[in-house]
Design a binder for this molecule. Sequence first.
Ligand code: CAP
Ligand code: MG
Length: 423
Amino acid sequence: MLNYINLKYKTLKTDLICEFYLEPNKITIEKAAAHVALESSIGTWTDIGTMNKRIAKTLKPSVFYINKKSNIIKIAYSQDLFEKGNMPEILSSIAGNIFGMSAVKNLRLIDISFPESIIKSFKGPSFGIKGIRKITGIKNRPLTGTIIKPKLGLNEKEHAKVAYDAWIGGLDIVKDDENLTSMKFNRFNKRVIETLKMRDKAEKETGETKIYMPNVTAETNEMLKRAKFVKANGGRYIMIDIITAGWSALQTLRNADLGLVIHAHRAGHAAFTRNQKHGISMLTIAKVARLIGVDQLHIGAIVGKMTGTKHEVKDIGENIENQIIHKNSSHILEQKWYNIKPTLAVCSGGLHPGCIPSLMKIMGNNIVIQCGGGCHGHPDGTKAGAIAIRQAVNSSIKKIPLKTYAEGHKELKKALNKFGIIS
Ligand code: CAP
Ligand code: MG
């Protein structure tokens, strides 16, 4: 059997490097690490007569770091093991069979660092943060948005009316929910037409740019058709559920270069990001999504209902958002990656006006703040909910405590009475 452990290996700039959390299954961590290395590259569970010196020399990866206390291992892979521009193949290698091997009790892909040749083989975001701020005309405050609720059930006109109320109340963005595509009670094309009509009306009445993000998630050819329909009818954004649609579909949508801002919803991610000992980290998902080219990406609520919030994970010692926000003390979605533009972080999930100042304190202004229930659940309805969200953002920008600011802003005051304040 080839030896995959080489703690003296000096990594090359051209290597792709993976960091794993590894719990061996009744074998040594070295043995388990070797199995991870071989199964994610050139080998299999036993030595084979078809292996040869050339392959071993050029393509064998090296486990160059093993920390038995933290169960962290690092593996360096030759870039030649990967097809440039082909994310499914890359992940089929380093995030494929290995999770199911009997050699591991738990295995979690924590981080990937891609070499320049691979980074440059992907398009990255077509607009990026600068492009989004140019389209929306929003210079440096957070973008604010809502998700139409109920998630499903409204017909096209009802959907458009709720969107109108949110825009008139001051929100910048309205999106479809992750499971709203084209239903018998709400057909995609009709919804897009009706909602864009309301968008234009709201833009005229407010003088502000308003964004509608229709969910194009579907079989890839159908998805492309829907995206082109949005474009042809004056839409500027689309939304895709990147996990359920899949990496190939996302690459196809991005590579179609439709000139539409791509908003990435990550429904389903928690099936493998939530367990801190097994699966794939949100940090890895965020890097992959940015490389392929999403302009906006959900990264969690930080202070809301979904897992990964600051308070819930601090004792697990791994705050998903912190990883994205602060790993290597810079924001993974905004880090300089050659030709790859930065992706705008989207905070969403159980957010309401009472969370906004503490969210902005942690995340700064380069974010999208999305409130679904936190908008439509306002005692006076969607428009008042939208007004309260903008008021909460203003209180933070003006550095006025939320409670004080609410004294002079009735919609905010009512929102705080109902939802409270998360500090
Ligand atoms: C939020 C949301 C989003 C979640 C997804 C929902 O609605 O529309 O899909 O934010 O989670 O359906 O839960 P609420 P994440 O504002 O009513 O919670 O952003 O973590 O991927
Ligand atoms: Mg949703």
